[in-house]
Design a protein around this ligand. Structure first.
Ligand SMILES: Cc1cc2nc3c(=O)[nH]c(=O)nc-3n(C[C@H](O)[C@H](O)[C@H](O)COP(=O)(O)OP(=O)(O)OC[C@H]3O[C@@H](n4cnc5c(N)ncnc54)[C@H](O)[C@@H]3O)c2cc1C
Length: 408
């Protein structure tokens, strides 16, 4: 087990500086344009692929870093550049992790390369879980997967919503109900290969922020996928369902805890994205406060402004520490006895929303315009308190964990 450290090692510092260079030179200058266009920034994804940032290798290297700091460091730097573009770059990684975590070696080898494509023909992937009637309440999912034994095929029907890269992805990972008696324990994940008949994009959403990231409904009408597209395979699914049925009879405690551990492990990555956006806005505000002069002196000479900056920086650093702690715990298999993953996501998300708002205030009228990036950062920051579990759901998870109550 790696000791917890607050210091990046030399190799990590090198990677961080390289990512920061890409974020500063390629992502940030393109941010306003792609926010305005509200389209997937394919040329930037291709640039990221050329230098090796948009690749499974890079993502896996950070994911398996034993210090736990690889992913938070990478997310913070990319999202410091711009949240919408960065989500377009890392969205595929989030779907790939679903396959890495649950897929067989053959599934990993077959599908993950198709999620990324290659430098000359980049592709993206989507992870589709949320539905119109199943957002926070995942157990209400309706999309069904029925096994057609004669053909060894699964037939998927339903409507997914809010899918990042939904409909434009080469590979979709779709979560569906296979046993409706078991609630969220009766769900399974499926690969929907490129160009599968029956899968189509529904509404593409026009959003408040992260507008360079494509978000859409995904409609599944008699989508037939081979048996080999069930992540983990049929045998493992049957065993898991049998265990869930047994445990449902005897209270179900252990299954609930296992599911919670998975969420706790993925939440710090979203917290790190929020830290990136918050830090970017704080830096803009600090520079502005040092150079903007009113009443014959820089506005930072006013305690009312300086104290705000002091609070902003304190919150950003505190958020990063919570994120790093949770990420280190996840990588090293530490038990989340106080829902530390949820804590990190909650605090970092709320920090990003608050700090970006404070940055607008410090920039005055300029902060309220699209001439300055803090206006976009504030719109972007609102997503962190919503996706991957809203702030209310994080509080619910923390509170139930502290109370020793099961997480539904
Ligand atoms: C831009 C964007 C990208 C997304 N990307 C993806 C993706 O790639 N894949 C995917 O599967 N999903 C994705 N999502 C979906 C996202 O995870 C959901 O929006 C989120 O889980 C909330 O669900 P909901 O929108 O249905 O809100 P609801 O669950 O309807 O919640 C509405 C409000 O009620 C509150 N609430 C609900 N239940 C409780 C409770 N028990 N106690 C207190 N308050 C409660 C919530 O906190 C919230 O404030 C994305 C969403 C957005 C906006």
């Amino acid at each position: 087990m790696a000791e917890f450290t607050m210091e990046l090692n030399d190799e990590q510092k090198e990677v961080r500086d390289w990512l920061h260079g890409f974020a500063a030179d390629v992502i940030r200058p393109a941010a306003a344009e792609w926010d305005e266009r509200e389209e997937t920034p394919w040329p930037i994804i291709q640039e990221a692929a050329k230098v090796g940032i948009y690749s499974l290798d890079f993502y896996a290297q950070q994911y398996f870093d034993p210090t736990g700091l690889g992913i938070p460091m990478a997310m913070e730097e990319l999202f410091w550049g711009d949240a919408g573009i960065a989500l377009s770059i890392v969205g595929t990684g989030l779907a790939a992790v679903g396959v890495l975590a649950n897929g067989t070696e053959e599934q990993i080898g077959t599908w993950i390369p198709q999620m990324y494509g290659d430098v000359n023909d980049v592709k993206v992937a989507a992870f589709c879980s949320s539905e119109p009637d199943a957002g926070s309440d995942v157990a209400s999912m309706r999309t069904r997967a029925v096994y057609d034994e004669a053909k060894d095929e699964w037939v998927l029907n339903g409507t997914k919503t809010w899918a990042t890269n939904g409909g434009i992805a080469n590979v979709h990972v779709v979560v569906a109900v296979v046993d409706s008696e078991l609630g969220s324990k009766g769900h399974a994940s499926f690969i929907v290969p490129p160009n599968t008949p029956g899968l189509s994009q529904g509404q593409k959403f026009q959003k408040h922020g992260i507008r360079a990231s494509h978000t859409a409904e995904v409609v599944l009408e008699n989508v037939r996928v081979p048996g080999s597209c069930l992540l983990g395979g049929k045998e493992k699914l049957d065993e898991r369902l049998a265990r869930a049925r047994e445990r449902a009879k005897s209270g179900g405690e252990r299954v609930k805890n296992a599911a919670m551990a998975t969420f706790e492990a993925s939440r710090p990555a979203v917290g790190a994205m929020a830290v990136g956006t918050a830090r970017a806005a704080y830096e803009e505000a600090l520079e502005y406060a040092k150079t903007r002069t009113q009443f014959g002196r820089p506005i930072i000479d006013n305690q009312g402004v300086a104290f705000q900056l002091a609070d902003m920086r304190t919150s950003v650093d505190a958020a990063r520490l919570l994120v790093w702690r949770a990420s280190w715990m996840a990588v090293n298999g530490k038990q989340f006895t106080a829902a530390e993953g949820s804590m990190s996501k909650l605090f970092a998300s709320e920090t990003a929303k608050k700090v970006t708002g404070q940055a607008i205030q410090i920039l005055g009228g300029n902060g309220y315009t699209r001439e300055y990036p803090v206006e976009r950062m504030h719109r972007d920051a609102a997503i962190y308190t919503i996706f991957e579990g809203t702030s209310e759901i994080q509080r619910l998870v923390i509170a139930r964990t502290l109370a020793g109550m099961p997480i539904r």
